[in-house]
Design a protein around this ligand. Structure first.
Ligand code: B3K
Ligand code: ZN
Length: 844
């Protein structure tokens, strides 16, 4: 397959006015009858009539009522058409029952559902399946299913049929259909202009009790978007459906969002605090897409970050408003570094707006989503809150109903502020994470910071241009008081210096506050200064960052030089943990340690080949030392922050539980698991139960709980996913791959359910010491399973190949083992386009 290039974009030859679809549902022989009103596009450069279509059996086609015999290819259909508006009709047959790729129309537990983004609609019928073709859809569904849903508003229904009409023109990727035996958890919302909206969360019978939290999250999102962005909902009905077999988190189809059941169903007994928070964020994200994605969509898939970066940014603002803003920011940066920096530093690095792809599904990445969101945050920092809001108002006014580009997006900011954003656009075009080196000088009351930016080469981009970097800076005096409040420096050159006068003493700088730009800060500093910032910085993000850097530097010294645990860290983290003036959720985060993968990358950058086993051992030694130093503190925190009130998944309770469970992990290293077992036995919610079990697994005394957990939850798919993954995540590296292999033979393991596959093989990939075990058995197991999954589900297979993206960091033996597995995957006959592209890019 050939790559597609952004520079080759041409406007569609024909536009769609109206679409009428009839579905006659049958598990293996669903008929889709389409009637589409086309007209020539005056802006087109070609008159070729081509419709996408894949895996369709064409029964008949007509143009203006006359039967035609179109030319059929593996990609679609070509026909001669009039040079004037015309009606195209087709009848095709599809096989949802055998659609294991979960793209197009498929079945999950006997229920029909669809996933069309990015290019799945072409597996439903012949159509110009590109986002710049927007049509008004009317849909008739025929079948025995008790509930039959599509986009928009219901028009009419009778026994065995239902009709839907969506008044808002939309691209085909936002089409959705659901039919099955479903029950609704219902509510309603009145918009600020008085529109009454019916809200439903549709689930399988038995899951009704797990919808209340998602419904509250939906109503909060609707209200928030009105208050903060002035955006109201635009239909009389909003449906959410929970589906067990789904390739990603959820999908923003117009008026009919389809969710992975893990991203919507929750009860205190079955979901953790982290699950609840994730559900709230995903419901918000999909809802916010109604404006940023649906009303204003993307011209082509290269512009994916236009809707995804902005919508991630919006959902993170929402979470900050609903919960703790610093805690959200710190969690987001942990995630950005773990996934996006990792991607940017390896063979899969690509710009936020890529300029070519083979399979677009391979570009729903941390770079497009999370780095895309960081770019919005930087823009807002550069122009200020008021101008940001005015730019967004202009964006919605100017582009409502259109399919847009990043150029359109930047232009509204230029028009509102008069700023030239040419240099800012490099953030969208150049891949890679800039390194920001800082040195400083203090002379006669003047303090100067010298910055130098440099971005290493990424695949296909040798030379990097200087970017505009907003650097939020504060200064602290020697006694810990802030002598300069946060201000944003705007760096535009490769090297640039900033001076500050009138200082009585050399200040301690707090640089890149609130992580004001997605860069890697490089600055020589002392442990003492880090401990000072951990104690005194007024910026919560940099306070956390100081503790994190202190831990990381100590760990690096343990790994490289065989040093012992750093007493400065142990002392500073203990003080922090005991500071009752600090939010418990913040303290729990600050008790976290850098991940194994993060340490491996840091070592690699300083020219040291990482040994995953040595990294794991250093972390264990530090955890042991910390548990010993903090024994009393941990017991104190455990007792003091117990939540005795009735379970609520709110930020205060969740923060207290996070701190209690961080303390429990330390206590378990001292008592061998007695306290953890007691917590497990007494738990009445999943957060506490799972934390207890996790500690027992780490202590190697979890067998009894592992059995009990399975017996208690074997009826609940989502909880059993946790059962699969935690056994692997908390295994000793020697055992990780063996346990994962054993679990792939468990009767509850299945290749048909992406959640279960990720729970098992994703857990292996997320356990570096086990995955990179010197025997190569981790690599072999993952490759075996990817080879088995690919013919069934290319999308999930391709996505999971990124487990191998860091392979160039490791020693020759490991590189050889991984290369052999990658080659074995590539040599598999019939390997999907998705997986072929990913493995080729990783292999380099
Ligand atoms: N837009 C969808 C993702 C579609 C992924 C297609 N492979 C979910 C989201 O970002 O909200
Ligand atoms: Zn999205």
């Amino acid at each position: 397959p050939q790559p597609i290039y952004l520079r080759d974009y041409t406007p569609p030859a024909y536009l769609v006015d109206r679409v009428h679809l009839t579905f006659r549902l049958a598990p293996h022989t669903t008929r889709v009858i389409s009637r589409i009103a086309f007209r020539p596009n005056p802006a087109a450069t070609s008159r070729e009539f081509f419709l996408h279509g894949e895996a369709l059996r064409l029964i008949r086609a007509r143009i203006d009522g006359a039967e035609i015999t179109p030319e059929l290819t593996a990609e679609g259909l070509r026909a001669d058409v009039p040079d004037a508006p015309f009606t195209f009709e087709a009848e095709v047959e599809v096989d949802p029952g055998n659609n294991t790729a979960l793209e197009g129309l498929y079945m999950s537990n006997g229920m029909y559902c669809t996933q069309c983004e990015a290019e799945g609609f072409r597996k439903i019928t012949y159509y110009p399946d590109r986002p710049d073709v927007m049509g008004v859809f009317t849909v008739r569904i025929e079948g025995p299913e008790p509930v039959m849903l599509s986009n928009g508003n219901p028009v009419a229904q009778g026994a065995g049929w239902a009709e839907w009409h969506d008044p808002w023109p939309k691209p085909a990727y936002l089409f959705a259909l659901v039919a099955g035996d479903l029950v609704a958890h219902s509510d309603s919302f009145t918009t600020r202009s008085g529109r009454h909206v019916d809200l439903n969360i549709w689930v399988r019978p038995g899951d009704e009790g797990k919808c209340a939290f998602g419904m509250e999250a939906l109503k909060k999102s609707m209200k928030w978007d009105e208050e903060v962005y002035g955006r109201e909902y635009d239909l009389d009905l909003f449906n959410i459906v929970a589906v067990d077999d789904f390739n990603m988190g959820a999908m923003e189809n117009k008026g009919l969002n389809i969710f992975n059941s893990s991203a919507v169903l929750a009860s205190p007994e079955t979901a953790t605090d982290a699950n609840f928070e994730r559900i709230e964020a995903i419901i918000a994200h999909e809802y916010f897409h109604n404006w940023t994605g649906n009303r204003i969509t993307c011209r082509d898939w290269f512009q994916l970050c236009l809707k995804e970066g902005l919508t991630v940014y919006r959902d993170s603002e929402f979470t900050s408003d609903m919960r703790s803003s610093p805690v959200k920011r710190i969690s987001d940066v942990i995630d950005l570094r773990a996934r996006q920096f990792r991607e940017d530093q390896g063979p899969l690095a690509h710009p936020v707006r890529p300029d070519s792809f083979i399979e677009i599904n391979n570009f729903y990445t941390a770079t497009v989503y999370e780095k895309g969101a960081e770019l919005i945050g930087m823009l807002k920092r550069l122009v200020g809150d008021a101008a940001y809001r005015r730019a967004l108002d202009l964006y919605f006014d100017r582009h409502d109903g259109q399919a847009c580009t990043i150029e359109d997006w930047l232009r509204v900011f230029e028009d509102v502020t008069g700023r030239d954003l040419t240099q800012f656009k490099r953030w969208y075009e150049d891949a890679g994470t800039p390194r920001l080196r800082v040195t400083e000088e203090f002379d006669g009351g003047t303090y100067t910071l010298h910055f130098e930016q440099q971005t290493p080469p990424t695949p296909g981009q040798e030379k990097k241009r200087a970017r505009v970097i907003p650097i939020a800076l504060g200064l602290l005096g020697p006694n810990g008081d802030e002598v300069m409040e946060t201000r944003v420096l705007e760096m535009t050159e490769a090297r640039q210096s900033f001076s500050f006068d009138g200082l009585a003493a050399r200040p301690v700088p707090s640089i890149l506050r609130n992580f004001s730009a997605p860069v890697i800060l490089q600055r020589e500093t002392t442990n003492a200064e880090r401990a000072f910032l951990l104690a005194h910085d007024t910026d919560p993000f940099n306070k956390w960052e100081a503790g994190r850097a202190l831990a990381r530097d100590g760990l690096i010294a343990m790994i490289r030089e065989g040093a012992g645990p750093d007493p400065t860290y142990l002392d500073a983290v203990q003080r922090m943990a005991r500071d009752e003036g600090l939010d418990p959720a913040f303290r729990a985060l600050a008790l976290g340690l850098p991940g194994e993968d993060d340490l491996a990358q840091t070592l690699f950058e300083v020219g040291h080949t990482p040994d995953p086993q040595a990294i794991w051992e250093a972390l264990e030694r530090l955890r042991d030392a910390r548990a010993a130093t903090m024994e009393e503190t941990a017991r104190g925190l455990y007792a003091r922050h117990q939540v005795t009130a009735h379970y609520r998944p709110d930020p205060d309770q969740a923060g207290a539980r996070a701190l209690v469970n961080a303390a429990l992990a330390m206590i378990t290293r001292r008592d061998g698991g007695a306290m953890a077992q007691a917590q497990y036995d007494a738990a009445d919610n999943m957060t506490q139960q799972l934390a207890g079990w996790s500690c027992l697994l780490q202590a190697g005394t979890g067998d009894r709980a592992t059995e009990a957990f399975y017996a208690q939850w074997k009826h609940d798919r989502l909880v059993i996913d946790k059962w699969f993954s935690l056994q692997i995540i908390h295994a000793a590296p020697e055992e990780t791959a063996r346990i994962a292999a054993r679990l792939t033979k468990h009767p509850d393991f299945t290749l048909r359910n992406p959640n279960r596959f990720r729970a098992t093989l994703g857990a292996l990939a997320m356990s570096p010491a086990g995955f990179h075990h010197a025997s190569g058995r981790g690599y072999r197991l993952l490759a075996d399973m990817l080879i088995r999954l690919d013919p069934l589900n290319p999308q999930t297979t391709a996505r999971m190949c990124s487990a191998f993206e860091t392979w160039r960091r490791y020693d020759d033996v490991r590189q050889g083992l991984i290369a052999a597995e990658l080659d074995r995957i590539l040599a598999t006959p019939g390997l999907s386009r998705d997986t072929t592209e990913m493995v080729n890019r990783i292999r380099g």
